[in-house]
Ligand binder design. Structure first.
Ligand SMILES: NC(=O)c1ccc[n+]([C@@H]2O[C@H](COP(=O)([O-])OP(=O)(O)OC[C@H]3O[C@@H](n4cnc5c(N)ncnc54)[C@H](OP(=O)(O)O)[C@@H]3O)[C@@H](O)[C@H]2O)c1
Length: 340
């Protein structure tokens, strides 16, 4: 099988290293370049000593569009927001397929983008990307050249809520309370991610509509969502718990049928009869979804758990690429959880 030469920019970060793991297992991808910023010019194994035997000599390059165009067919950009916006259009125009794990091409409205991220250098490209929430974007992904990979909170929230919203059971607004492990903030050091700050503590943040993922969630669900993220003391994993107050409550059979049929052909989404835990999907490309009626209060509660670094980032990025290129949707993806 022909192997596509694949570059990972941001390979010394948390989502980048998960991309390396998946590319290594992928039948049609071969790693041709890794790039970073502060680590450029050093061996990859200096950033990831555990990869010394796999990549004894591989050096980290600086981000260079010409070099990427020369050495790659496909590029994953796992970069802080704002960096990809300047380089992804040039890479696409050079003929590469680009999958951006950051936020630079997710939002359609450039004014909303500007409010949360600052001015976009190429706002005309916001409408040229394909938003890759895979389970709901398969047709649009075919032969996509620029894929905007969703954020982790938007992925978990949308997988929990979209079936019930599309069925007309969302009511006038949803409430989404979400929990994230600390790796959601990336590898760069910060006071908030110190063990002594995070351990034995749980912190709501970005409350009352101020978190950047709020508009992305509303763009996907096309309705008002009161979204509150919480940082919790685990390294990886994410929970979205969504409450809906519909005008008419479905029957249990209607609700189950709605979720079963929404994900019947989705190899990365399991609809569960019981409430899942992050442990069930740790290290794994799957999302587990559970939905329940609360007839006494006229509410529906739906829950989704994912690994923020995988279905919330790296595995969904490769899942999107697989759909785009017509491969098996789960080619290369880790489907087994690391349970203990
Ligand atoms: N973490 C998650 O759970 C998660 C989930 C979904 C989406 N995302 C998004 O994915 C992106 C990457 O997140 P992450 O958590 O992997 O971040 P991270 O661990 O902080 O890694 C960032 C990477 O970007 C590189 N980098 C920074 N500025 C650069 C530049 N100007 N040129 C080249 N490389 C540069 C860094 O290289 P050096 O090490 O050399 O500085 C590092 O490899 C972010 O946009 C994030 O919002 C993250």
């Amino acid at each position: 099988m022909k192997k596509f030469r694949t570059g990972v920019v941001g390979a010394t970060g948390y989502t980048g290293v998960e991309l390396l793991r998946i590319i290594d297992q992928h039948p049609a991808l071969s790693l041709s370049l890794v790039a970073g910023s502060k680590t450029a010019g050093s061996p990859l194994a200096a950033s990831w000593p555990g990869l010394l035997d796999m990549y004894p000599d591989l050096m980290v390059d600086a981000l260079d569009v010409g070099l990427l165009a020369e050495r790659c067919d496909i590029v994953f950009l796992a970069l802080p927001h704002g960096v990809s916006a300047n380089v992804a259009p040039d890479l696409v125009e050079a003929g590469l397929i680009v999958v951006d794990l950051g936020a630079d091409f997710r939002l359609r409205d450039h004014q909303v983008y500007e409010r949360f991220y600052g001015a976009h250098p190429k706002p005309e490209w916001l409408s040229r990307s394909v938003y890759g929430l895979t389970e709901w974007s398969r047709d649009a992904l075919i032969e996509a050249r620029l894929i905007a990979n969703p954020g982790c909170y938007p992925t978990a929230t949308a997988l929990a809520a979209k079936p019930l919203v599309d069925a007309g059971w969302g009511g006038h607004a949803l409430v989404a309370n979400c929990l994230s492990g600390v790796s959601g903030a990336g590898r760069k050091p910060s006071l908030r991610s110190l063990f002594s700050e995070v351990g034995e503590s749980a912190q709501p943040y970005g409350i009352a509509g101020s978190h950047r993922h709020g508009p992305e969630i509303e763009q996907t669900l096309k309705m008002t969502v009161s979204f509150t993220p919480h940082l919790v003391p685990m390294s990886r994993g994410m929970v979205a718990t969504v409450i809906a107050s519909p005008a008419r409550l479905p029957t249990p059979a209607e609700l189950n049928e709605c979720y079963e049929s929404a994900y019947a052909t989705s190899p990365c989404v399991s609809v569960r009869a019981d409430a899942p835990s992050t442990r069930d999907v740790r290290g794994c490309a799957r999302a587990h979804v559970h939905v329940a009626l609360d007839p006494d209060r006229g509410l529906i509660t739906s829950v989704c758990v994912i690994d923020n670094l995988l279905k919330g980032a790296a595995s969904q990025a490769v899942q999107n690429l697989n759909v785009s290129l017509g491969f098996d949707e789960v080619a290369g993806l880790p489907m087994w959880p690391q349970i203990v």
